[in-house]
Design a protein around this ligand. Structure first.
Ligand SMILES: NC(=O)c1ccc[n+]([C@@H]2O[C@H](COP(=O)([O-])OP(=O)(O)OC[C@H]3O[C@@H](n4cnc5c(N)ncnc54)[C@H](OP(=O)(O)O)[C@@H]3O)[C@@H](O)[C@H]2O)c1
Length: 228
């Protein structure tokens, strides 16, 4: 596996760009969904309630590169509030916040920016004035398959958290899984990075990977093998 010297490697941008390069062919009847998560070595998803306690500079570079190549971010309301999401710096990038209870108080800057859309069930409560909405599903649950269909042709980065990641995965809606393994053993009670109903346990394909000199592993799995 390639080892990257994080301080001195002049090719950091190149390695990260290779890592996130979009596949040449993608289905166009639904969004292309790239799930990006970071896990501790023992499977935790947060330290003191935040994923930021797990990352490093190169993980941030991968996060930013994925955003730069995306049309939209799909993220759960729990993460937006816990991580105090702000306005995205990538021009044109729209943040779709999945929730049954639309509320702007956890990330006021994001919702004031005009770059966030609430994704709520058809029968969910009204969204706060001025925030665009996408409606899908009933019974208090967003129909994520419908959402991925509504975003057909777009590249979507799913940024978690574990609940949304689990729901997307169980429904078979994730095309690629970017996993950073942080060399920390954190114990605690945070969820696994993908958590909830079971998904098809078939083998995924390792499309790319590297390790940095701090021992962080950067893995990219694809559900479907790339055509040779
Ligand atoms: N390690 C990582 O890579 C990573 C990444 C992101 C976040 N995190 C951490 O994960 C923690 C948050 O975890 P979480 O699992 O609560 O986050 P989450 O998945 O972002 O948020 C869960 C919330 O999203 C909404 N939601 C998800 N699926 C839905 C559906 N189908 N229909 C309607 N609403 C839906 C619900 O919001 P309502 O309750 O508002 O209805 C649900 O309570 C934080 O500590 C954060 O720092 C870790």
């Amino acid at each position: 596996m390639r080892v990257l010297d994080s301080e001195h490697c002049p090719a950091l941008d190149v390695v990260v760009a290779d890592h996130v390069a979009l596949p040449a062919s993608r289905a166009h009847d639904a969004a292309f969904v790239r799930l990006n998560m970071i896990s501790s070595a023992d499977g935790g998803s947060a330290v003191a309630g935040l994923s930021g306690g797990l990352g490093n500079r190169i993980d941030h570079a991968v996060f930013n590169a994925l955003r730069a190549g995306a049309d939209a971010v799909l993220v759960g309301a729990g993460t937006v509030a816990a991580e105090h999401y702000g306005a995205p710096t990538v021009p044109g990038l729209q943040i779709y916040v999945v929730t049954g209870h639309p509320d702007i108080t956890g990330a006021p800057e994001l919702f004031a920016s005009g770059r966030a859309t609430f994704v709520v069930p058809d029968d969910g409560p009204p969204v706060p004035a001025g925030v665009p909405e996408l409606r899908a599903g009933t019974g208090g649950k967003v129909d994520l398959k419908q959402v991925v269909g509504a975003l057909a042709g777009k590249v979507v980065v799913a940024e978690g958290g574990p609940t949304l990641a689990g729901a997307l995965t169980a429904l078979g809606l994730v095309d690629e899984f970017f996993l950073t393994v942080s060399p920390r053993v954190v114990a605690g009670d945070s969820a696994r990075v993908v958590h909830g109903d079971g998904a098809d346990p078939k083998v995924w394909h390792l499309r790319h990977g590297f390790v940095d000199d701090d021992g962080f592993l950067f893995l990219r799995y694809a559900k479907v093998a790339e055509p040779r």
